[in-house]
Write a protein that binds this ligand. Structure first.
Ligand SMILES: Cc1cc2nc3c(=O)[nH]c(=O)nc-3n(C[C@H](O)[C@H](O)[C@H](O)COP(=O)(O)O)c2cc1C
Length: 174
């Protein structure tokens, strides 16, 4: 049986990624093909399909903000992941409020407990997506132990469940 990759490696954390074009017009879209890459300096990677408006923006302005939503933001995540900035102003559509970033042009989303301002350092096509690697140049963390955050597995969202400590779970196994 062959399954799509998004159903095989899951759940994945969901981020709202903000970008802008060279005229300063902003956009926001949902992403779950996302991973931390390096501690110091901090790097983040995500995968974007070339047909996304986000990709067009990234080609014009090589900056983005990774905004991590909380569980209450499911509706906004769905809007931003199903409509394109090509056709809609998704900030108006979703009601998401923004504030100016400190080091990059795309804005950050106020209601997200984590905002990571990034500069693109690597962009390369792999199959039907481009991998984008960004260096984190500024971070805003209003709440670190927020829970549950949203996880995604192709049209199904999950919340983080019970906390499991490594010591306790290993004791159970050995
Ligand atoms: C929860 C969720 C996660 C998504 N993850 C990705 C992803 O990692 N990469 C991608 O290219 N599209 C992803 N999408 C699809 C885009 O968000 C969607 O195509 C969106 O309309 C793109 O907006 P844009 O055209 O304004 O960039 C995801 C959608 C949802 C709902």
């Amino acid at each position: 049986m062959v399954e799509v990759i998004s159903r095989l490696i899951f759940p994945r954390v969901v981020a709202l990624i903000t970008t802008c074009d060279r005229s300063g017009r902003t956009n926001v879209a949902s992403f779950s093909f996302l991973m931390p890459v390096s501690f110091e300096p901090k790097y983040i990677a995500f995968s974007v399909a070339p047909e996304r408006h986000t990709f067009k923006n990234l080609n014009e302005v090589k900056e983005f903000v990774v905004n991590i939503p909380s569980e209450e933001m499911l509706k906004e995540v769905w809007i931003c992941g199903t409509k394109s900035g090509r056709d809609f102003n998704k900030f108006a559509l979703s009601g998401l409020e923004t504030e100016k970033s400190l080091k990059v042009l795309p804005p950050r989303i106020k209601s997200c407990p984590v905002n990571l301002e990034c500069i693109v350092e690597f962009m390369e096509r792999f199959g039907d997506h481009y991998i984008i690697v960004g260096r984190v140049v500024e971070e805003h963390v209003s709440q670190i132990d927020f829970k549950p955050i949203l996880h995604y597995s192709g049209k199904i969202f999950y919340k983080i469940g019970e906390k499991v400590s490594v010591e306790n779970s290993l004791k159970r196994v050995y």
